[in-house]
Ligand binder design. Structure first.
Ligand code: SER
Length: 318
């Protein structure tokens, strides 16, 4: 019997992931968990556990209590916040991962999903159509923690025969739950300004191309990776996932088609340096070949959905 636990369930990915997993596997079979003690409305239809993933004893107790078989570990500090709190970011991002990897090593759970990121790449990486295997010299605390995490995932998979699976997410765009502390967050924020009728001040320059993805594609990719037969999973570090690539100028132009009065200005801050060190576009041939990945959303479709759903008061939907 599959029992799934999602750690970081109140976050941008976690919220939509729990909702989708509960639709597919039954609300009672998906335990949502987050460090927050208030439960979001979207998560109220099934079990919820308040947990700090660094508290290993409580983690183990909850896993045993529910008979958890699969873990999605999403609790982490993102790139911009991690630069402000490097020690804590390293501690949370690494300790959380070790606690969960060791659950599988000790045979308490069977399978793990852990997210990596385009942040594992650095300025010496080929920027366009970045291959799966290439130079990786991340310059952010977040990127360093994700690259180290990838190496540990592969190590555990090979040394201890652990079934751990991972995706290098691009920037994720969604309206049900807000992102927090990422360099790619401008591509969500911009829709709130557009719908409020405000001007938008972008913290990246107009020509900064980054790989992005609409959340529904990301959730489909994640569950599809996890549900693929084990023999299809050839990469145990983390799979590149491409999505769509665009610049602030391009997303602005697309939004302007339906919000003709919308204005943008550019005022790059410390996040520009982070963005400049990341790829512009990603090659995800391995994900396509190994587990049949293909995305559904282009920039036009994504903008239509976001503009139709982002509330003008900036409050999260659901
Ligand atoms: N979206 C993330 C960030 O900007 C990248 O993984 O930090």
């Amino acid at each position: 019997m599959k029992k799934i636990m999602v750690i970081g369930a109140s976050g941008q990915i976690g919220t939509e992931l729990v909702v989708t997993l509960r639709q597919q596997f039954g609300a009672q079979n998906v335990i949502a968990s987050d460090v927050k003690d208030t439960v979001k409305d979207a998560l109220k239809d099934g079990p919820y556990e308040q947990l700090d993933v660094m508290d290993n004893d409580s983690l183990r107790a909850i896993v045993k209590k529910h008979g958890v078989t699969e873990m999605y570990l999403l609790a982490a500090l993102l790139s911009a916040t991690a630069e402000k709190h490097p020690d804590f970011a390293w501690k949370l991002n690494m300790e959380g991962l070790f606690n969960v990897l060791n659950l599988a090593k000790d045979k308490l759970i069977d399978k793990i999903f852990w997210p990596s990121s385009i942040a594992v790449f650095g300025s010496n990486t080929p920027k366009d159509n970045t291959p799966q295997y290439t130079i990786m010299e991340p310059s952010t605390v977040y990127g360093i923690s994700k690259l180290a995490g990838e190496r540990w995932c592969e190590y555990y998979a090979k040394q201890y025969n652990i079934d751990v699976r991972s995706i290098r997410y691009p920037g994720l765009i969604s309206y049900t739950s807000l992102p927090g502390g990422g360099t790619t967050d401008y591509a969500v924020d911009i829709f709130y300004s557009a719908n409020r009728g405000d001007n938008y001040t972008c913290f990246l320059s107009e020509k900064t191309a980054l790989p992005m993805m609409y959340m529904e594609d990301a959730i489909r990719a994640t569950i599809s990776l996890m549900e693929s037969p084990i023999d299809n999973i050839k990469i145990r570090s983390s799979y590149n996932l491409g999505g769509i690539s665009f610049t602030p100028e391009e997303i602005y132009a697309e939004i302007k088609k339906s919000r003709p009065d919308f204005k943008i200005e550019y005022n790059p801050d410390f996040r520009q340096k982070i963005a400049d060190s990341w790829p512009s576009s990603i090659n995800d041939q391995h994900a396509q070949n190994d587990w049949g990945w293909s995305g559904k959303y282009d920039l036009e479709k994504l903008c239509k959905i976001m503009l139709a759903n982002v509330l003008d008061d900036g409050i999260e939907v659901k």
